[in-house]
Design a binder for this molecule. Structure first.
Ligand code: 2YO
Length: 373
């Protein structure tokens, strides 16, 4: 592996890109899906299973880890990779989004965010500089700037204010991050559902010469068409030779369509969270295994899959486990879902290499629509 951070564009098919991100801790094949390991665990999975499914990188959350076990404590324990036994790349979100969605937010101003912990109610202040310091203490390989993500719908003035402050925070995070060759700090494009603000944000962040760029402020309740429009609006204003990461996205359909518009990296709790709630993602579309129709269905979720959870267990058994609220139910469905997501990404990468991505989209969506006999 390289001692630096290097994005290599290997092939394109329309706006879809096939590449690799080379880092000291490993190589990331893009387009990539990053399983979410919020508090240092991909819930209901062993990390060697996550790796075996094809994940090159996982995501951790600064907000959760700073509250528990604490950033300085993780550093004293040798850093996140050592603690959780994941030697490959880790990307950490910066905390702003989780503060807005999880904590009792007390104040947000130019200095940063002040909030009450959802764990024990303790008061915390996080500045852009402290967010980068925490991500450094965790040992994060790809660190995200602190930003303000505005929920949609929102007033244009509010979206503009948040976008402009997020840019100023990007400058401060860049200064705090300094020069760390084997690591990266990504900027986050904001601007809500307003094309002119998206363009301004992307152009300004591109001017900072960062190693990668995220598109934030989406997957916050807007229709898929709006999200896709904002991707179309933003990508032309980002450097082609840097990776693009769409935060919090998404369903398999979201991913197919976003790759077609130039996105390289994704993260979403969908496959893990919905697996724990009994939803299975398969080649044939979604299956809610809690539904009574599965109670005596002896077929597996997918007899063509290489994943034991998908190939070796009957729907009847999975139905029983989930209905009985047995841990094994969530474990097997999470295993199946992450396997499906990683197989989808592998299919996407192969189709782009072969110049047949449009056909791949059509074939995949047809299989979902057909369902199964
Ligand atoms: O603008 C953002 N900045 C920093 N982190 C983010 C994380 C995000 N996550 C999402 N959406 C998550 C959607 N997810 C879908 C499955 C169910 C739970 C919510 N948008 C985001 C925007 C941001």
């Amino acid at each position: 592996m390289t001692e630096t951070f290097q994005f290599n564009l290997l092939a394109t098919d329309g706006k879809a890109r096939r590449g690799t991100v080379s880092m000291p801790r490993g190589e990331i094949r893009t387009p990539a899906f990053m399983p979410v390991g919020t508090v240092g665990t991909v819930k209901a999975m062993y990390l060697d299973q996550v790796r075996d499914l094809g994940a090159d990188i996982i995501l951790g959350n600064t907000y959760h880890l700073m509250l528990r076990p604490g950033a300085e404590r993780v550093a004293r324990l040798g850093g996140l990779h050592e603690l959780i036994r994941w030697p490959y790349p880790i990307l950490t979100d910066s905390g702003g989004f989780q503060v807005m969605s999880l904590s009792g937010l007390r104040k947000l101003d130019e200095k940063g965010v002040t909030f009450k912990s959802h764990v024990d109610g303790s008061l915390h202040h996080m500045s852009p500089e402290r967010s980068i310091e925490i991500q450094g203490l965790l040992g994060s390989d790809i660190q995200m700037q602190l930003d303000e993500c505005v929920r949609l719908p929102a007033e244009p003035k509010e979206i503009e204010r948040a976008m402009e402050m997020s840019f100023r925070w990007a400058e401060r995070c860049k200064a705090a991050f300094g020069d760390q060759p084997g690591k990266a700090m990504f900027g986050i494009v904001q601007g809500g559902d307003i094309p002119s603000l998206r363009e301004r944000s992307a152009e300004a962040l591109s001017g900072l010469g960062l190693k990668g760029y995220a598109i934030g402020g989406l997957a916050v309740g807007e229709p898929q068409a709006v999200m896709l429009d904002m991707i179309d609006t933003t990508c032309p204003h980002l450097p082609t030779e840097k990776p693009r990461y769409l935060m919090g996205v998404g369903t398999p359909d979201d991913i197919l369509k976003s790759v077609a518009r130039g996105i390289d990296m994704f993260d979403c709790v969908m496959p893990t969270r919905s697996g724990r709630h009994g939803l299975a993602f398969t080649r044939h579309g979604r299956i809610n295994i809690r539904n009574a129709r599965h109670a005596e269905d002896m077929r597996p979720l997918d007899d063509q899959s290489s994943c034991p959870a998908s190939r070796d267990y009957s729907r009847a058994y999975l139905h029983h486990l989930v209905r009985s609220n047995e841990s094994l139910g969530g474990m097997l469905l999470t295993w199946n879902n992450l396997s499906y997501y990683q197989d989808l990404m592998a299919g996407i990468r192969r189709a782009i290499e072969q110049g047949r991505y449009a056909d791949f989209i059509a074939e995949t969506q047809d299989a979902w629509a057909r369902g199964e006999a």
